[in-house]
Ligand binder design. Structure first.
Ligand code: MG
Ligand code: MG
Length: 302
């Protein structure tokens, strides 16, 4: 690992990061508009048209359209589709589905990239937990996007959070990435692995962190369209993503409207609740191995 070239991640100037922030806010707007339109009966092509209109009305360009031939502005991945689903007039959402919407935008040549997964109307408790686990894993990774940390501190935090949330499959074939003057740049940001590896994070770097969790096993399969990635066992999945900049003030989430303030506050609150629950458990009786399944899982993967 130490033989890697130094600083392979593009370093941005403050004005370049400002353009990325503008792109990130356009992505946030487009995702909010598309997610708000999710309802039974709507087609994924209609969601694509909504996101495309928001991006172009903001004077930005969609990152995805034409990227290696991708035909649309957003990726729409429904149920067992994990990522890179192609919007279609034939694909209509049904109550109880889950849909991942992934979106990128370009402002003055600089990219933002984010994704979220929402239910189509109310969804099962199992799916609600899956979505919450994936979003929590994302924010756990974003919280490690701090100058002086190493790249895989992010990966490890994502994995540890996901494992603590349940027995989910953590997708390995598709990962986060550096981002800036291109959408996909060095280095890959895996959603698993040991901490303390890879380059030291420094101010001016920007990364897209994007965990994908599956209800069942983590293995994936590519459909014949050459884009759509599905879970190999057919179980449903979740995908959340944000673009984050490493700054002197800590992680700035460029694709979150408030820069990440509320997301990090929620993560801290959930962490405190979990700690209080563990303390209450410990006080209630003989010590139980509350964290044993997580550490056992981590050992098995080492
Ligand atoms: Mg994306
Ligand atoms: Mg991405």
């Amino acid at each position: 690992m130490r033989t890697r070239r130094e600083q392979p991640i593009q370093i941005k100037t403050p004005s370049q990061l400002a353009a990325m922030r503008e792109a990130g806010l356009v992505v946030a707007d487009a995702l909010r508009a598309a997610a708000a339109a999710v309802q039974p009966g709507i087609s994924t092509a209609e969601l694509d048209a909504i996101a495309d209109r928001v991006i172009r009305e903001a004077g930005a360009l969609p990152s995805f359209k034409g990227y290696h031939g991708f035909p649309a502005t957003i990726c729409t991945s429904v149920n067992d589709q994990i990522v890179h689903g192609i919007p279609s007039r034939q694909t209509r959402l049904a109550a109880g589905d889950v849909i991942s919407i992934d979106c990128g935008a370009i402002v003055r040549g600089w990219h933002g990239d984010a994704a979220l997964t929402v239910g189509v109307g109310p969804v099962s408790a199992e799916l609600t937990s899956l979505l919450a686990a994936c979003e929590r894993a994302l924010w756990s990774g974003l919280a490690q996007s701090v100058a002086g940390h190493r790249l895989t501190d992010i990966s490890h935090a994502v994995e540890t959070s996901a494992q603590a949330s349940g027995d989910y499959g953590i997708v390995q074939e598709y990962v986060g990435h550096g981002i800036g003057s291109e959408m996909h740049m060095d280095l890959p940001v895996p959603n698993y692995g040991k901490p303390g590896r890879g380059p030291v994070l420094v101010e001016g770097m920007a990364l897209a962190v994007e965990p994908m969790l599956v209800l069942g096993r983590r293995q994936t399969r590519l459909l014949d369209d050459g884009w759509t990635v599905v879970s190999a066992d057919g179980t449903r999945s979740a995908h959340f993503e944000h673009t984050v900049a490493i700054t002197a003030e800590g992680p700035q989430v460029l694709t979150a409207e408030d820069g990440g303030t509320s997301g990090f506050a929620r993560l801290r609150a959930e962490g405190q609740q979990a700690q209080q629950a563990r303390q209450a458990d410990a006080a209630a009786g003989p010590a139980r191995p509350a964290v044993a399944p997580v550490s056992a899982g981590a050992r098995a993967r080492d």
